[in-house]
Write a protein that binds this ligand. Structure first.
Ligand SMILES: Nc1ncnc2c1ncn2[C@@H]1O[C@H](COP(=O)(O)OP(=O)(O)OP(=O)(O)O)[C@@H](O)[C@H]1O
Length: 477
């Protein structure tokens, strides 16, 4: 006959007189709580609250005006979307944010957290992660979360895939924003699905070697490469788009190649299939992995040491004022040089010289852009010397951490999942930045490369009219 005894709140047991004395304080506390709740709702649902207030106000002025207003807003939005869909998507983000929060995240949050075992229980009391502000772009929702005390971001990372499925997203990435707080990026569609054309070449453009634009990131910002002060390793399977990263980089520094501010040295062990498309750009170019290539590397390593010796005690970093060119070494298939070369001595000499250039070349103005298909340690034993690592499409999931560093795949950098229909899309990880960035390189076509050659060499790419065509008014017909 045991029955649960009703648990009354402690204050009900107080004597009547005490309750009477405390009642004004209790009223103030309750009023403050209600105000806090209202502010919270207005903060998290600004759109809904604002629209609701406007609706109530219009209705109180005149009922039928509300219908007219709704019609005008509806038709106006449709026309806006039709004429300028990009502007519409950007400017109506707050509406989308409100709708998605109210329809997806708020109603399912508690259940999903429980099912994903992201809640916690102590002495019968349940603790749930707090759903904070959300933001919905046309391709992604960003959901800010306050973790339950004692939780680690890694617990969320292992459940990221489940969270994506639960909230109807293609993928979920976990970012740490503050101690105890996370942002979940729930991606719904791919903003990098369309091919990016290279920008126009401008003769007297100012190029900052610390920020060479070679494409666009997922969030619409320029994808910038830090050539001065960084060494770059680009990894991807055949057809992943390594060539587009390479040519976009050279496109980005074209004004400096033209003015002599950058000296290019190239090694293309594949017989010139890649770099042979614009040999005029290079100060020195070798098309094999034999003694010539090794001599070029050793010569550069010597230059690095010599320049570093001259700078010692005078300057810390190379700068354009030194009147010496910045030197960029481009190696198209790194593995051919440092792993597949059958002659052990040549292989070791190439490895030694490359390690000197990558480890000591940053300050005296020497950069390396190495491209490779296979990221294993046996192939590139000194991957850690490259400060920026780019993973284009990879074969296997285990290769992601090999290229980008331990634990980066868990943060959402699924380079092995990049579609073969989107060559040039990559995950980029810079030393010193926790979060990897997803980006797509420009796509320089064959005719763009012809234009690049003419731009750098200063020759004209004018189209010569066919001799048998009639020429009218000085123009080819
Ligand atoms: N950024 C890009 N945008 C759109 N298409 C691209 C891009 N990069 C490459 N492609 C397409 O993908 C194809 C393969 O690219 P690319 O030759 O650069 O790959 P790769 O990784 O260098 O391959 P390989 O190792 O065989 O040389 C190109 O012919 C081109 O059609």
């Amino acid at each position: 006959m045991e029955v649960a005894r009703p648990r009354l709140p402690w204050w009900t047991l107080l004597p009547g007189g005490v309750k009477l004395v405390l009642s004004p304080i209790a009223l103030v506390v309750v009023a403050a709580w209600v105000v806090a709740k209202v502010v919270r709702v207005a903060w998290y649902y600004p759109t809904t609250v604002a629209l609701g207030l406007v609706g109530v106000w219009v209705y109180s002025v005149n009922g039928w005006v509300l219908g007219g207003l709704a019609l005008v807003v509806g038709v106006g939005s449709a026309v806006w979307w039709w004429r300028d869909s990009d502007g519409f998507h950007t400017r109506v983000r707050w509406v989308r944010t409100g709708v998605r929060r109210a329809s997806v995240y708020a109603p399912q949050w508690r259940t999903v957290m429980r099912l994903a075992s992201l809640d916690g229980k102590v002495r019968g009391r349940e603790y749930l992660p707090t759903l904070r502000r959300t933001r919905s772009d046309w391709w992604r929702d960003t959901v800010h979360v306050r973790m339950v005390k004692g939780q680690a971001p890694e617990q969320w990372e292992v459940r990221a895939s489940g969270l994506a499925h639960a909230f109807g997203a293609r993928s979920c990435r976990v970012r740490v924003t503050r101690p105890g707080a996370l942002a979940l990026d729930l991606v719904r569609s791919d903003p990098l699905a369309t091919v990016l054309r290279v920008p126009a070449l401008v003769e007297d453009a100012v190029v900052d070697l610390r920020r060479v634009t070679i494409g666009r990131t997922e969030s619409g910002k320029p994808w910038r490469l830090k050539l001065l002060g960084g060494q770059h390793l680009v990894v991807g399977v055949q057809g992943a788009g390594k060539g587009s990263v390479l040519w976009s980089t050279l496109w980005g520094i074209a004004p400096l190649l033209r003015s002599g501010g950058v000296r290019l040295v190239g090694i293309d062990p594949k017989g010139g299939m890649e770099l042979g498309q614009a040999p005029e750009l290079f100060d020195r170019l070798v098309f094999d992995n034999g003694p010539d290539a090794v001599e070029v590397l050793e010569g550069l390593a010597e230059d690095v040491r010599e320049r570093a010796g001259r700078y010692r005690g005078v300057r810390r970093w190379w700068s354009p004022e030194t009147d010496e060119p910045f030197t960029l070494l481009v190696v198209d298939e790194l593995a051919d040089l440092i792993a597949y070369q059958p002659d052990r001595k040549l292989r070791e000499r190439a490895q030694g010289a490359l390690q000197t250039i990558t480890s000591q070349g940053r300050a005296p103005g020497f950069g390396v852009l190495g491209l490779v298909q296979d990221p294993r340690k046996e192939i590139v034993p000194f991957r850690n010397l490259f400060t920026t690592r780019t993973a284009l499409r990879l074969d296997e999931a285990v290769q992601v951490d090999m290229v980008l560093g331990d634990g980066v795949r868990a943060r959402g950098a699924n380079a092995h999942d990049i579609s073969e229909h989107t060559p040039g899309v990559a995950w980029v990880k810079e030393d010193g930045r926790r979060e990897p960035v997803r980006a797509r390189a420009f796509y320089p076509t064959d005719s763009d490369l012809v234009e690049l050659r003419h731009f750098v060499t200063g020759t004209s790419a004018a189209i010569v009219p066919f001799p048998d065509r009639e020429v009218r008014g000085g123009e080819a017909a």
